[in-house]
Ligand binder design. Structure first.
Ligand SMILES: [Zn+2]
Length: 325
């Protein structure tokens, strides 16, 4: 199924090549939907529309109800909501990927996370292949300043952003679940960028980071966190570029936040997705794209120290300018 010929991506790191996509498709596209504030009412119009266009993407879920709903990002339906669960199972049947956003909106202990992964497996039929950290959950893996290696950048981050300690990866913590993540989760996101083609940021995705051993493989996303940034990201010019560069776009977004009003999906989002679907892209869940890139890797699976620092620097500059996640 895979075309074995190679192309050189328009990269600043021209030592690596990526394979062409299955069936001769020109680019690869997916979406990872962070489940914050998602309800059945506000996500159904989005997913019904994606399904009607033949776009299969990745939706994260929570298993357990939130513990702190004063924090708005913690609100949203979970697998305990029967009608919502029924719809999630339908998405799964349609070929969408269901992924993990931690056990819940809010902190969870090791045992709660273990239980929630078992419930996920029993309910969905598989363990999640992708995990996305949530907001300020203490059980997040390598989150906050722990995303960074370069000391000056770490200090800068702590000065301007949250100083909370995240300990999902710290064995002495009650929130530790790194070993469980290593066993079940294949891919996790660290940095999101304002760029439609994540191969131009780092052509080596997915990659392993020996300093963060509990995550098997890391990847990056294109930032479309709000309806406005999502629509801007999928502009005609950007999609032209993605196609021209034979790139990879995995959008990070929150479909639960203002994409739908009165049961109607935002008109511009509809138009952008229609434009996308008419193009010659490979539209599959994020894990399938990452599997493909990993299987056809030609460069090393780890980044050099210099590449890692450049990546961190680029991300932090974008975070200062745009507030990227
Ligand atoms: Zn979240």
């Amino acid at each position: 199924m895979t075309n074995s010929s190679k192309i050189t991506p328009p990269s600043k790191w021209p030592d690596q090549v990526v394979p062409l996509y299955p069936d001769g498709k020109k680019f690869a596209f997916s979406i990872i939907d962070d489940t914050d504030e998602a309800t059945l009412e506000n996500i159904r119009p989005v997913y019904d529309f994606l399904h009607s266009l033949g776009l299969r993407t990745t939706k994260t879920v929570w298993v357990l109800p939130a513990v702190d709903t004063d924090a708005r990002p913690n609100r949203g339906y979970t697998l305990e909501d029967t009608d919502y669960l029924e719809y999630i199972l339908k998405l799964n049947k349609w070929g969408f990927e269901i992924a993990f956003h931690g056990a819940r909106g809010g902190d969870s202990t090791r045992q709660e996370i273990i239980n929630s992964l078992e419930i996920f497996n029993d309910t969905i039929g598989y363990y999640p292949r992708i995990h996305i950290n949530h907001f300020i959950n203490r059980d997040n893996l390598y989150w906050g300043a722990d995303k960074l290696d370069c000391l000056p950048l770490k200090l800068l981050y702590r000065l301007f952003y949250d100083r909370k300690k995240y300990s999902g990866h710290k064995p002495d913590s009650e929130y530790f679940w790194g070993d469980i993540a290593k066993k079940h989760i294949e891919y996790s996101v660290n940095f999101s960028f304002h760029n439609i083609n994540i191969l131009t940021i780092n052509p080596a995705i997915p990659y392993h980071d020996p300093r963060r051993k509990y995550v098997n493989l890391w990847f990056h996303t294109s930032d479309g966190g709000s309806v406005t940034s999502f629509n801007n990201l999928l502009s005609e010019d950007n999609l032209d570029r993605l196609e021209r560069e034979n790139g990879v776009c995995i959008v990070y977004t929150h479909f639960g936040k203002q994409f739908c009003k009165n049961g109607e999906l935002n008109q511009m989002t509809k138009e952008r997705l229609q434009d996308l679907a008419l193009r010659d892209g490979w539209f599959v869940p994020a894990s399938e794209i990452l599997d493909h890139l990993n299987r056809n890797r030609t460069g090393p699976i780890e980044l050099s120290n210099l590449k890692r620092i450049l990546l961190e620097l680029k991300w932090l500059i974008e975070k200062i300018i745009h507030g990227s996640s």
